[in-house]
Design a protein. Structure first.
Length: 280
């Protein structure tokens, strides 16, 4: 099933999103991570579009969405955009899934609008600052090239850093993360101000831990068994703080769990969506 594309203006930013599936089906909203794009979710969407409506947002500063003046990329800024998209599409009682930064944005949105989220999926998303995790995220950002000559070269760099990725998956992720540069070669699609702000802040996120107790919906926490972004300790904080949370650790995966081990991730998502407690 080919996806459809949509746009809206939210909080002064032009946002782009992609949809798969029938509009009358139960909805999943998918949020990518830092420097990612909505297209990352295509493998998941293609696996579930026969049963669900899947919407993936290019969050501000990423993909085909606009860049924010003044580097307005806080979790609150992203959460406000999610609220606009939800209203724009008339969504309610959704499954909200976010990877890394997207997971943190999903946490805050769920706290803010609990009646809109039936189930929450947090994929390798940190609840708060952790020095080792911050160093790992900085290393990842530095390792992925800021200028490359070809998609093949970009895919090799991605796979070199994430060796559990298959070559086709690394190529897929690269195809949408980089774009043609007027000066030749390829550059990242995201706003450089995102990385500049992250460097200034030491790659330390806002601490959402005090808010986690307000999340009441069934929540799935997914961690890559070899992840250096969400530590085992961080995963335990999430599951201990959120009343209806459970943890799934997927082996043979680092930070990019859904793309390093897609079959295992899809199985976990299917089981969670079909759960006896308020199935989606």
């Amino acid at each position: 099933m080919k996806p459809s594309h949509g746009r809206l203006k939210a909080n002064g930013i032009h946002l782009h999103y992609i949809e798969w599936g029938q509009k009358t089906a139960p909805a999943w909203l998918l949020l990518h991570g830092f420097t990612g794009t909505a297209r990352q979710w295509q493998p998941l969407a293609e696996a579930f579009c026969h049963r669900f409506r899947l919407i993936a947002l290019d969050q501000r500063g990423h993909g085909l969405s606009g860049w924010a003046p003044g580097a307005a990329y806080s979790t609150s800024d992203h959460m406000a955009d999610i609220a606009c998209l939800m209203e724009h599409l008339g969504l309610k009682h959704i499954l909200l899934a976010g990877h890394s930064m997207g997971g943190r944005n999903a946490m805050l949105y769920t706290v803010s609008q609990p009646e809109k989220v039936a189930r929450l999926v947090l994929v390798d998303a940190r609840p708060g600052p952790d020095p080792a995790s911050s160093r790992a995220l900085e290393s990842m950002v530095i390792a992925l090239p800021h200028h490359t000559h070809s998609l093949e070269e970009a895919a090799r760099a991605v796979r070199s850093y994430f060796p559990h990725l298959s070559l086709p998956m690394a190529q897929h992720l690269s195809r949408y993360r980089w774009k043609r540069s007027p000066g030749g070669g390829l550059v990242p699609r995201h706003d450089p101000a995102l990385e500049e702000a992250a460097h200034k802040g030491g790659f330390a996120p806002e601490d959402l831990t005090p808010l986690l107790g307000q999340i009441a919906c069934p929540t799935l926490v997914v961690r890559g068994g070899e992840s250096d972004i969400l530590s085992g300790h961080g995963a335990r904080i999430l599951t201990a703080s959120i009343a209806e949370a459970r943890l799934e650790v997927i082996s043979g995966a680092g930070h990019l769990v859904p793309w390093e081990q897609p079959e295992a991730f899809h199985q976990v998502m299917a089981a969670f969506a079909d759960g006896s407690d308020h199935p989606i």
